[in-house]
Design a protein. Structure first.
Length: 307
Protein backbone atom coordinates (compact mmCIF):
# COMPACT_ATOMS: atom_id res chain seq x y z
CA UNK A 1 0.00 0.00 0.00
CA UNK A 2 1.46 3.34 -1.03
CA UNK A 3 0.77 6.68 0.61
CA UNK A 4 0.62 9.76 -1.54
CA UNK A 5 3.01 12.53 -0.57
CA UNK A 6 0.51 15.26 -1.33
CA UNK A 7 -0.20 17.83 1.41
CA UNK A 8 -3.72 16.46 1.87
CA UNK A 9 -2.41 12.95 2.56
CA UNK A 10 0.16 14.25 5.04
CA UNK A 11 -2.49 16.25 6.82
CA UNK A 12 -4.68 13.15 7.12
CA UNK A 13 -1.79 11.18 8.62
CA UNK A 14 -1.01 13.95 11.14
CA UNK A 15 -4.64 14.12 12.17
CA UNK A 16 -4.70 10.36 12.74
CA UNK A 17 -1.51 10.40 14.82
CA UNK A 18 -2.13 13.60 16.77
CA UNK A 19 -5.75 14.67 16.45
CA UNK A 20 -6.76 18.21 17.23
CA UNK A 21 -7.88 18.34 20.87
CA UNK A 22 -10.61 20.80 19.92
CA UNK A 23 -12.26 18.19 17.69
CA UNK A 24 -12.10 15.38 20.27
CA UNK A 25 -15.42 15.21 22.14
CA UNK A 26 -15.16 15.38 25.92
CA UNK A 27 -16.50 12.56 27.98
CA UNK A 28 -19.19 13.69 30.31
CA UNK A 29 -19.24 12.00 33.66
CA UNK A 30 -22.82 11.01 34.28
CA UNK A 31 -23.79 11.25 37.90
CA UNK A 32 -27.00 9.81 39.22
CA UNK A 33 -29.54 12.09 40.84
CA UNK A 34 -29.21 10.49 44.28
CA UNK A 35 -25.43 10.95 44.18
CA UNK A 36 -25.87 14.68 43.48
CA UNK A 37 -28.34 14.96 46.35
CA UNK A 38 -25.94 13.20 48.72
CA UNK A 39 -23.08 15.52 47.72
CA UNK A 40 -25.21 18.64 48.23
CA UNK A 41 -26.47 17.46 51.62
CA UNK A 42 -22.94 16.56 52.74
CA UNK A 43 -21.60 19.96 51.69
CA UNK A 44 -24.45 21.74 53.47
CA UNK A 45 -23.78 19.79 56.67
CA UNK A 46 -20.05 20.57 56.54
CA UNK A 47 -20.78 24.24 55.86
CA UNK A 48 -23.21 24.38 58.79
CA UNK A 49 -20.66 22.81 61.14
CA UNK A 50 -17.93 25.22 60.04
CA UNK A 51 -20.12 28.34 60.22
CA UNK A 52 -21.99 27.48 63.43
CA UNK A 53 -19.38 28.99 65.82
CA UNK A 54 -19.42 32.24 63.83
CA UNK A 55 -23.23 32.33 63.80
CA UNK A 56 -23.33 31.60 67.53
CA UNK A 57 -20.84 34.41 68.17
CA UNK A 58 -22.91 36.87 66.14
CA UNK A 59 -26.22 35.92 67.78
CA UNK A 60 -24.69 35.95 71.27
CA UNK A 61 -23.73 39.60 70.90
CA UNK A 62 -27.44 40.39 71.35
CA UNK A 63 -27.80 38.34 74.55
CA UNK A 64 -27.87 40.10 77.93
CA UNK A 65 -25.44 38.91 80.58
CA UNK A 66 -28.19 37.14 82.50
CA UNK A 67 -28.78 34.67 79.65
CA UNK A 68 -25.22 33.38 79.48
CA UNK A 69 -25.14 30.01 81.23
CA UNK A 70 -28.93 29.85 81.44
CA UNK A 71 -30.20 30.17 77.87
CA UNK A 72 -28.69 27.21 76.05
CA UNK A 73 -30.53 28.02 72.85
CA UNK A 74 -29.14 29.87 69.90
CA UNK A 75 -31.74 32.67 69.77
CA UNK A 76 -31.66 35.21 72.64
CA UNK A 77 -34.85 35.49 74.67
CA UNK A 78 -34.47 39.23 75.29
CA UNK A 79 -32.36 40.72 72.47
CA UNK A 80 -30.47 43.88 73.37
CA UNK A 81 -27.88 46.26 71.91
CA UNK A 82 -26.38 47.15 75.30
CA UNK A 83 -23.34 45.01 74.62
CA UNK A 84 -22.39 47.09 71.59
CA UNK A 85 -22.92 50.32 73.53
CA UNK A 86 -20.77 49.08 76.38
CA UNK A 87 -17.97 47.91 74.07
CA UNK A 88 -17.91 51.19 72.13
CA UNK A 89 -17.45 53.09 75.39
CA UNK A 90 -14.23 51.16 75.98
CA UNK A 91 -12.72 49.82 79.17
CA UNK A 92 -10.05 50.87 81.68
CA UNK A 93 -10.52 54.46 80.52
CA UNK A 94 -9.47 53.62 76.97
CA UNK A 95 -11.98 53.79 74.09
CA UNK A 96 -12.38 50.73 71.89
CA UNK A 97 -11.19 52.71 68.88
CA UNK A 98 -7.75 53.03 70.49
CA UNK A 99 -7.45 49.24 70.77
CA UNK A 100 -8.40 48.88 67.11
CA UNK A 101 -5.85 51.51 66.11
CA UNK A 102 -3.09 49.78 68.09
CA UNK A 103 -3.87 46.45 66.44
CA UNK A 104 -3.95 48.07 63.01
CA UNK A 105 -0.58 49.79 63.52
CA UNK A 106 1.06 46.58 64.73
CA UNK A 107 -0.44 44.52 61.89
CA UNK A 108 0.34 47.05 59.14
CA UNK A 109 3.95 47.59 60.21
CA UNK A 110 4.41 43.84 60.64
CA UNK A 111 3.22 43.27 57.07
CA UNK A 112 5.55 45.95 55.68
CA UNK A 113 8.55 44.71 57.63
CA UNK A 114 7.94 41.03 56.97
CA UNK A 115 7.39 41.41 53.23
CA UNK A 116 10.36 43.73 52.68
CA UNK A 117 12.92 41.84 54.76
CA UNK A 118 11.76 38.37 53.70
CA UNK A 119 11.90 39.31 50.01
CA UNK A 120 15.45 40.67 50.31
CA UNK A 121 16.65 37.65 52.28
CA UNK A 122 14.98 35.27 49.84
CA UNK A 123 16.64 36.96 46.87
CA UNK A 124 20.04 36.61 48.54
CA UNK A 125 19.50 32.90 49.24
CA UNK A 126 18.04 32.16 45.80
CA UNK A 127 20.21 34.25 43.46
CA UNK A 128 23.52 35.10 45.15
CA UNK A 129 26.45 32.73 45.51
CA UNK A 130 28.64 33.26 48.56
CA UNK A 131 30.57 31.20 51.08
CA UNK A 132 28.45 29.61 53.75
CA UNK A 133 25.25 29.84 51.73
CA UNK A 134 24.18 26.29 52.52
CA UNK A 135 25.04 26.62 56.21
CA UNK A 136 23.18 29.89 56.62
CA UNK A 137 20.14 28.59 54.75
CA UNK A 138 20.08 25.45 56.90
CA UNK A 139 20.38 27.57 60.03
CA UNK A 140 17.48 29.72 58.84
CA UNK A 141 15.34 26.64 58.22
CA UNK A 142 16.39 25.31 61.63
CA UNK A 143 14.79 28.29 63.34
CA UNK A 144 11.42 26.89 62.24
CA UNK A 145 12.03 24.07 64.72
CA UNK A 146 12.90 26.50 67.52
CA UNK A 147 9.91 27.31 69.75
CA UNK A 148 9.24 30.97 70.36
CA UNK A 149 9.24 30.36 74.11
CA UNK A 150 12.96 29.49 74.04
CA UNK A 151 13.99 33.03 73.10
CA UNK A 152 11.42 34.90 75.19
CA UNK A 153 13.69 35.56 78.19
CA UNK A 154 16.81 36.68 76.24
CA UNK A 155 14.74 38.97 74.02
CA UNK A 156 12.89 40.48 76.96
CA UNK A 157 16.15 41.15 78.83
CA UNK A 158 17.62 42.77 75.71
CA UNK A 159 14.68 45.10 75.08
CA UNK A 160 14.32 45.85 78.78
CA UNK A 161 17.97 46.96 78.99
CA UNK A 162 17.37 49.19 75.97
CA UNK A 163 14.34 50.76 77.66
CA UNK A 164 11.96 49.62 74.92
CA UNK A 165 9.46 47.71 77.06
CA UNK A 166 5.89 49.09 76.87
CA UNK A 167 6.52 50.28 73.31
CA UNK A 168 5.73 48.78 69.92
CA UNK A 169 9.43 48.45 69.02
CA UNK A 170 9.96 44.89 70.39
CA UNK A 171 6.93 43.72 68.40
CA UNK A 172 7.82 45.47 65.13
CA UNK A 173 11.63 45.59 64.93
CA UNK A 174 12.14 41.80 64.46
CA UNK A 175 9.77 41.90 61.49
CA UNK A 176 12.21 44.17 59.63
CA UNK A 177 15.10 41.76 60.27
CA UNK A 178 13.73 38.74 58.35
CA UNK A 179 13.09 36.70 61.47
CA UNK A 180 10.06 34.96 59.92
CA UNK A 181 11.81 31.93 58.41
CA UNK A 182 8.57 30.52 57.03
CA UNK A 183 8.06 33.48 54.69
CA UNK A 184 11.72 33.54 53.68
CA UNK A 185 11.57 29.84 52.77
CA UNK A 186 8.33 30.37 50.80
CA UNK A 187 9.83 33.19 48.74
CA UNK A 188 13.11 31.32 48.21
CA UNK A 189 11.27 28.40 46.67
CA UNK A 190 9.23 30.80 44.55
CA UNK A 191 12.30 32.63 43.22
CA UNK A 192 14.30 29.45 42.56
CA UNK A 193 11.71 28.12 40.15
CA UNK A 194 11.96 31.22 37.95
CA UNK A 195 14.43 31.14 35.02
CA UNK A 196 17.59 33.24 35.23
CA UNK A 197 17.40 34.46 31.63
CA UNK A 198 15.96 37.87 32.50
CA UNK A 199 18.42 38.31 35.37
CA UNK A 200 21.38 37.63 33.12
CA UNK A 201 20.02 39.90 30.36
CA UNK A 202 19.59 42.74 32.87
CA UNK A 203 23.12 42.24 34.21
CA UNK A 204 24.51 42.39 30.66
CA UNK A 205 22.78 45.77 30.28
CA UNK A 206 24.54 46.97 33.41
CA UNK A 207 21.87 46.38 36.07
CA UNK A 208 23.02 45.57 39.59
CA UNK A 209 21.44 43.28 42.14
CA UNK A 210 19.15 45.98 43.53
CA UNK A 211 17.86 46.88 40.06
CA UNK A 212 17.33 43.21 39.18
CA UNK A 213 15.53 42.64 42.47
CA UNK A 214 13.30 45.72 42.13
CA UNK A 215 12.50 45.62 38.42
CA UNK A 216 12.43 41.88 37.67
CA UNK A 217 12.07 39.71 40.75
CA UNK A 218 9.51 41.71 42.72
CA UNK A 219 6.90 41.94 39.91
CA UNK A 220 7.21 38.19 39.26
CA UNK A 221 6.79 37.14 42.89
CA UNK A 222 3.82 39.40 43.60
CA UNK A 223 1.42 36.48 44.28
CA UNK A 224 3.83 35.08 46.85
CA UNK A 225 4.30 38.50 48.44
CA UNK A 226 0.54 38.92 48.79
CA UNK A 227 0.32 35.48 50.37
CA UNK A 228 2.99 36.47 52.89
CA UNK A 229 1.17 39.74 53.57
CA UNK A 230 -2.12 37.98 54.27
CA UNK A 231 -0.65 35.51 56.74
CA UNK A 232 1.52 38.16 58.37
CA UNK A 233 -1.49 40.45 58.90
CA UNK A 234 -3.59 37.68 60.40
CA UNK A 235 -0.82 36.47 62.72
CA UNK A 236 0.02 40.00 63.90
CA UNK A 237 -3.64 40.91 64.43
CA UNK A 238 -4.28 37.79 66.53
CA UNK A 239 -0.97 37.86 68.42
CA UNK A 240 -1.53 37.62 72.17
CA UNK A 241 1.72 36.47 73.78
CA UNK A 242 3.98 39.16 72.34
CA UNK A 243 1.86 42.17 73.43
CA UNK A 244 1.22 40.47 76.77
CA UNK A 245 4.99 40.37 77.44
CA UNK A 246 6.06 43.80 76.24
CA UNK A 247 3.03 46.08 76.74
CA UNK A 248 1.98 47.18 80.21
CA UNK A 249 -0.10 50.33 79.63
CA UNK A 250 -3.78 49.88 78.67
CA UNK A 251 -3.54 52.67 76.08
CA UNK A 252 -0.99 50.54 74.20
CA UNK A 253 -2.99 47.32 74.27
CA UNK A 254 -4.11 45.73 70.99
CA UNK A 255 -7.45 43.96 70.74
CA UNK A 256 -6.36 40.48 71.95
CA UNK A 257 -5.09 41.98 75.22
CA UNK A 258 -8.06 44.32 75.55
CA UNK A 259 -10.42 41.35 75.45
CA UNK A 260 -8.81 40.06 78.63
CA UNK A 261 -9.85 43.21 80.50
CA UNK A 262 -13.49 42.15 80.36
CA UNK A 263 -12.62 39.09 82.49
CA UNK A 264 -10.58 40.23 85.49
CA UNK A 265 -9.33 38.56 88.66
CA UNK A 266 -12.37 39.66 90.67
CA UNK A 267 -14.43 37.00 88.84
CA UNK A 268 -16.83 39.65 87.51
CA UNK A 269 -16.78 38.54 83.90
CA UNK A 270 -18.82 40.51 81.40
CA UNK A 271 -19.60 37.74 78.92
CA UNK A 272 -21.80 39.90 76.73
CA UNK A 273 -19.11 42.53 76.23
CA UNK A 274 -16.45 39.85 75.75
CA UNK A 275 -18.43 38.12 73.01
CA UNK A 276 -19.25 41.41 71.31
CA UNK A 277 -15.66 42.64 71.41
CA UNK A 278 -14.49 39.28 70.07
CA UNK A 279 -16.91 39.52 67.16
CA UNK A 280 -15.84 43.07 66.34
CA UNK A 281 -12.19 42.01 66.48
CA UNK A 282 -12.95 39.18 64.05
CA UNK A 283 -14.58 41.40 61.42
CA UNK A 284 -11.38 43.03 60.05
CA UNK A 285 -9.73 39.63 59.62
CA UNK A 286 -12.81 38.24 57.90
CA UNK A 287 -13.11 41.21 55.53
CA UNK A 288 -9.37 41.19 54.85
CA UNK A 289 -9.45 37.53 53.91
CA UNK A 290 -12.55 37.90 51.71
CA UNK A 291 -10.97 40.77 49.76
CA UNK A 292 -7.58 39.11 49.25
CA UNK A 293 -8.55 35.44 49.04
CA UNK A 294 -8.14 35.31 45.25
CA UNK A 295 -4.56 36.55 45.60
CA UNK A 296 -3.95 33.83 48.18
CA UNK A 297 -5.23 31.19 45.77
CA UNK A 298 -3.09 32.62 42.96
CA UNK A 299 -0.02 32.54 45.16
CA UNK A 300 -0.54 28.91 46.05
CA UNK A 301 -1.47 27.90 42.49
CA UNK A 302 1.58 29.48 40.86
CA UNK A 303 3.87 27.49 43.14
CA UNK A 304 3.53 24.58 40.72
CA UNK A 305 4.45 26.53 37.59
CA UNK A 306 7.87 26.24 36.02
CA UNK A 307 9.46 28.89 33.85
Amino acid sequence: MTISSTPNALAQIENQVDPDPKTVPRRRIKRKTWQTVVWIVALLVITAVVLYPLVWLLVSTFKPNSEFGQNQGLIPQSPTLDNYTKVMEGIAGVPMGQFFWNSFVLAALSVIGTVMSSALAAYAFARLQFKGLGVLFAAMIGTLLLPFHVVIIPQYILFNNLGLVDTFVPLILPKFLATEAFFVFLLVQFIRQMPRDMDEAAKIDGAGHLRVFWSIILPLIRPALITCAIFSFIWAWNDFLGPLLYLTSPENYPLPIALRLYNDQTSTSDYGATVTASFLALLPILLFFIVFQRFLVDGVATQGLKG
